[in-house]
Design a protein. Structure first.
Lengths: 494, 404
């Protein structure tokens, strides 16, 4: 048995190493002329971005204020990640595809180069319409670099009263909504990266679901980093008005590059009374090569506010890409009876570094939250779960359950768990469980006994390990996510 | 004599360095991650009057020590070692000042606030050598007689190969106590360490325990805290060789405005090492409890098993509990787990007892006793374990009845 075990371990380790052979499938870049501001960051650049987007004065002021605050802040260093110092003056803060001026009326008019890019990305604009049938269509607000260039299904959504558009359009067409909610969940000086984002954000998505409306389709945004040296600063604002429901999907891929790329996005969700938001992310940006060169720096601030009673926000994420991930989708459970959920799979391989988790802030009465986090480390990666559950004085009968499990594959990777649990209310019931282990020999033996070879067995077990989270993804995403788990890891062990 | 004076100058220069660091850095604040929940800079004076108080008469210490009759007693009053009894064979005590290498070794990290503040104000330092199996427990009692008294003590324990000792450490009184205990355990040695903290509600206790374990060395710690003001009970264990094991069990009963912080850091450097940590915290009134546990499994430290469990019972609406159980794992063949649960007294259990005719107060006391029974149960293997369990159970009961 022990001999068999050694063989398995060796094979597993070899396979993990051979992951280097599993090249990044989406490693390509498309040559499209783009218009960009000069490198560097100062007030003029911010004015340039704002002018370029024809923004109102208040938004420019808002940006400049954020920039002023950013100058006084310093980059956070508490996360368990290491990366070379970022020279913020050596980045481009604005780049827009040139064909912006004559914005296409329909997909037929979209730059064929772009469409080919999407095809390579696997964004099934047409395909999904055919496959999924009209009732289950997915609207895509595709973001190519920093400006939205294609939005579909707008009319059908408009009929339902749903506003789903690029952020810049929202600023023009729905300034009151933007003004009312922008920065109310994630204040501009919340942290270093949100201040930077607030100053220079280029575009993003805006969603408003009117009261008592169930959004007729899953909304989806595909992010795409394309231009070299372009930091991408997306801003997403999603408001679910009273009694509404929306499921939002976000997926990302990026072309292969040698130079590190910075991404500092901000996502704000607002759920009013009885509203429910389901926000799902599959993130497979370029993680760097097997030596740890290149790859995306992903510093994202995502936060949802269950602002009124009975609201619910659920985050589901599959994180397989990026060289460095710094991301903590959080829920503020402000209203009574509100619910926050966080389901996460974070897979690290080669030199990837992940510091991710969530925050559940219980402020209202009878609030409940649930955290399921599965971290898998392979190669030389480092994977940290960092989460906070905080129950405030008035949050009577708050309830939290947290489970964070780590799986280690190979002896050169690492897994960390850093939970913060804080309570000021005795009626709160908080439970936290965490385990770190490698794949159990018993399970392997059991599978092998039934005729699976070692690697099939490992693959089966890893799939099972993630299942709790995968089942919370919407159908449209589950397939892509499972494929991703495959690309990121299963290829290495199974 | 010459060597002594040259050592003195070495010691003085180290102490001066520590004083300079203390003057510049002061106490840590909550921006320091290790002190996030216990902001000393906001709670402690920036400097101390460091003159031990003169004692006019004997201090009565009954009911403050662990109450084991045949224990060898060492007593520190206001930071000064007051009397040394006959020591059993295999146990020797020496002044720290005669061991320059130990001070140097012990103060390897001058960025550590507990170390530099201790060295900067150090009043008494002793070295205790254990060379055999000692049957009689050794009790070291610390007592401050006044609120303005601050005492700073360092004790270095060295357990030779195969040595074994039951150490009873107890704290009482007022003022500020700061103790750094460095414990070096050679192979196959065994230290059973009870720490009883039973101080007045204004007392500040900063107790740091650093344990270094060689092959097959075992360290068993049981800490029981009954009241006190601001307390930080910090234990750091380094597992240097296979077969070493540490068991840390803590029971905290706190009330009033007490702020009690249990911090553990377990460094598994070697493969085949094991640890288990259990903390049970009971919070009443406006008490604030903290558990920060950290298990680090270093590269190549395969087959490490480490478990960490922290449970807290909140008895009042004003109480507060903060928990941070961390795992930092760099090896793959490990089994590490932590669990944490916070809640109030189970109403069903309370109803069960009351429906059987037990009064509410008595029922609550029973449930709380049951909650920490596992911790006291760990005293079984200690020398005079039965007496200790009995004494502590009684004190816990008295404490609970009083606060109920």
């Amino acid at each position: 048995m022990s001999q068999a075990k050694e063989t398995i371990e060796k094979e597993t380790v070899d396979k993990v190493q051979s992951l280097a052979g599993e090249k990044y499938k989406y490693g390509f870049s498309t040559d499209i002329d783009s218009e960009k501001a000069p490198k560097g960051l100062n007030e003029d650049i911010i004015r340039f971005i704002s002018a370029k987007k024809e923004e109102p004065e208040w938004l420019l002021e808002w940006r400049l204020d954020a920039f002023e605050r950013w100058l006084t802040m310093s980059e956070p260093d508490w996360a368990m990640v290491n990366y070379p110092q970022i020279d913020y003056q050596d980045l481009y803060y604005y780049s827009a595809p040139k064909s912006m001026d004559d914005r296409p009326e329909s997909l037929d008019e979209v730059d064929p180069e772009l469409l080919r890019t999407y095809e390579k990305l696997g964004i099934p604009l047409f395909e999904q319409e055919v496959l999924a049938g009209v009732k289950n269509r997915v609207a895509v607000d595709a973001v190519f670099d920093s400006v939205s260039v294609a939005t579909t299904f707008k009319e059908e959504l408009a009929a339902a009263g749903v506003i789903f558009c690029s952020f810049s359009e929202a600023v023009k067409d729905h300034p009151d909504l933007v003004k009312k909610y922008l920065g109310t969940v994630v204040p501009k000086s919340d942290n270093y990266f949100t201040a930077l984002n607030s100053a220079v954000f280029s575009d993003g998505s805006f969603v408003y679901i009117p009261p008592n409306t169930r959004c007729p389709m899953e909304l989806s945004t595909y992010f795409r980093i394309n231009e070299p040296n372009t930091g991408q600063f997306e801003r997403t604002l999603l408001i679910a008005d009273k009694g509404s429901y929306v499921s939002y999907l976000e997926g990302c891929t990026a072309p292969m590059r040698d130079e590190n790329q910075l991404h500092a996005a901000v996502v704000e969700l607002v759920a009013l009374e009885d509203a429910e938001i389901k926000y799902s992310t599959v993130q497979n940006w370029y993680p760097g090569d097997e030596e740890g060169r290149g790859g995306i720096y992903n510093f994202v601030t995502k936060r949802g506010d269950c602002r009124e009673n009975n609201a619910k926000i659920s985050w589901t994420q599959v994180e397989t890409g990026s060289a460095v991930t710094w991301k903590y989708p959080s829920c503020i459970l402000r209203g009574d009876n509100t619910v926050g959920e966080f389901y996460s799979i974070a897979i690290g391989n080669n030199h990837q570094q992940i510091d991710s988790g969530t925050k559940m802030i219980h402020l209202g009465k009878n609030t409940s939250s649930r955290i399921i986090s599965k971290g898998i480390s392979a190669g030389k990666s480092s994977n940290a779960y960092r989460g906070q559950v905080s129950v405030h004085r008035k949050a009577d009968k708050a309830r939290n359950f947290t489970q964070c499990d780590s799986l280690l594959i190979g002896d050169t990777c690492s897994a960390h768990t850093v939970p913060y649990i804080e309570t000021k209310n005795p009626s709160a019931i908080l439970e936290h469980e965490a385990t770190t282990s490698k794949i159990s020999d018993d399970q392997l033996f059991y599978c092998q006994q039934r005729g699976l070879d070692a690697e099939e067995a490992v693959s089966l077990i890893v799939n099972g390990f993630c299942k709790d989270v995968l089942q919370h993804l919407p159908m449209e995403f589950a397939v892509e996510a499972q494929k991703l788990v495959g690309i990121s890891l299963e290829g290495s062990v199974g | 004599m010459e060597a002594m004076s040259s050592f003195n100058s070495l010691f003085n220069s180290m102490q001066q360095e520590a004083k300079d660091i203390f003057a510049a850095q002061g106490w840590p604040n909550k921006r320091n991650e290790d002190w996030h929940y216990t902001d000393l800079s906001a709670r402690l004076p920036a400097s101390f009057q460091n003159q031990p108080l003169e004692l006019s008469e004997d201090v009565p210490l009954e009911n403050l020590t662990c109450g084991v009759d045949d224990a060898t007693q060492l007593t520190f009053i206001n930071g000064l070692l007051s009397d040394v009894e006959d020591l059993p064979e295999g146990l020797t005590i020496d002044a720290l000042i005669a061991h320059p290498e130990l001070v140097k070794q012990s103060d390897d990290d001058m960025t550590d606030p507990l170390l530099y503040s201790n060295l900067a104000h150090l009043e008494t330092g002793i070295v205790i050598d254990v060379t055999g199996v000692i049957d009689r427990p050794l009790e070291i009692h610390f007592h401050n007689t006044a609120a303005e008294e601050a005492s700073f003590v360092r004790i270095i324990f060295r357990l030779a190969a195969g040595a074994s000792l039951t150490l009873l450490e107890s704290h009482s009184g007022w003022g500020h106590t700061q103790l750094v205990s460095d414990i070096y355990q050679a192979e196959d040695s065994m230290l059973r360490h009870l720490r009883l903290h039973q101080a007045e509600d204004t007392q500040v206790s900063l107790l740091l325990n650093r344990v270094s374990l060689d092959a097959q060395a075992h360290y068993h710690n049981v800490a029981v805290s009954l009241s006190g003001g601001l307390g930080r009970l910090e234990t750091r264990v380094t597992f240097n060789a296979p077969g070493s094991h540490a068991g840390l069990a803590t029971a905290l009963l706190s009330g009033g405005k007490q702020h009690i912080d249990v911090t553990t850091r377990l460094n598994h450097l070697s493969p085949d090492t094991t640890s288990d940590t259990v903390a049970r915290t009971i919070l009443d009134d406006e008490a604030c409890g903290i558990f920060q546990g950290k298990v680090i499994v270093h590269e190549d430290a395969q087959r490490v098993e480490a478990t960490q469990k922290s449970d807290a019972l909140m008895l009042s609406t004003e109480a507060m509990m903060n928990v941070k159980p961390e795992l930092e794992i760099y090896a793959d063949d490990v089994a590490c787990a932590h669990g944490s649960a916070i809640g109030e007294i189970d109403h069903e259990a309370l109803f069960f007892l009351r429906s059987r005719g037990i009064g509410e107060t008595a029922a609550r006391v029973m449930l709380v006793e049951g909650f920490i029974a596992e911790i006291l149960g760990r005293l079984d293997d200690f020398a005079a374990g039965a007496t200790l369990q009995e004494n502590l159970s009684k004190r816990v009961e008295t404490y609970l009845k009083k606060s109920a």
